[in-house]
Design a protein. Structure first.
Length: 177
């Protein structure tokens, strides 16, 4: 076989190979990280869309405040998506590929109701953010055990942001005395 045939064969193999980023974490760790982070990514997308849904359908006397609060929170959730997906890729995994993929693995429940009371919206989002914080902690345990320090560091910041969203939703929904 000629050198040129070997080069063509190698090029063909590279083009057909799956997208696997080299990592010192190992294949088992990479698969574990990708699995837990993809589930997290699906939840973040689901919570982002629910937050935007409630933002778009907000009404009532506190419309402006709630509308702006939910828009700010949706932006924060959306800002998490790319870093999550990039960590999956950096650690050798493959990310979500479609809305269908998200729907199959999301754990945050959708709300397709025609009308939801404003305070019920805030309460539902508060509970979802509390659930997300718990899931972030679970993933933190996984990546910490696998010595994926960079992912653990990002998750620590996302826990803080999620707790802040929960706090704001709680305080915004308290009834006046």
């Amino acid at each position: 076989m000629s050198t040129r045939d070997n080069s063509n064969s190698e090029l063909r193999r590279r083009r057909e190979a799956p997208l696997i980023t080299p990592t010192d974490l190992g294949q088992a760790a990479s698969e574990s990280i990708a699995g837990s982070m993809n589930a997290l990514l699906a939840d973040v997308f689901a919570l982002y869309l629910k937050t935007k849904n409630f933002h778009w359908h907000m009404s009532g006397p506190h419309f402006r405040d709630y509308h702006l609060l939910l828009d700010e929170q949706a932006d924060q959730l959306y800002a998490m998506t790319d870093p999550i997906a990039e960590r999956i890729r950096k650690t050798g995994g493959a990310t979500l590929r479609s809305i269908g993929h998200i729907a199959r693995i999301q754990r945050i429940k959708d709300n397709d109701a025609d009308y939801v009371e404003p305070l019920d919206m805030l309460a539902e989002l508060r509970e979802d953010n509390m659930t997300l914080a718990a899931r972030l902690r679970e993933v933190h345990e996984v990546v910490d055990e696998l010595r994926d320090i960079a992912t653990a560091s990002l998750i620590e910041n996302w826990i803080d942001e999620t707790e802040r969203r929960t706090w704001f939703l709680f305080e915004s929904s308290r009834r006046s005395l």
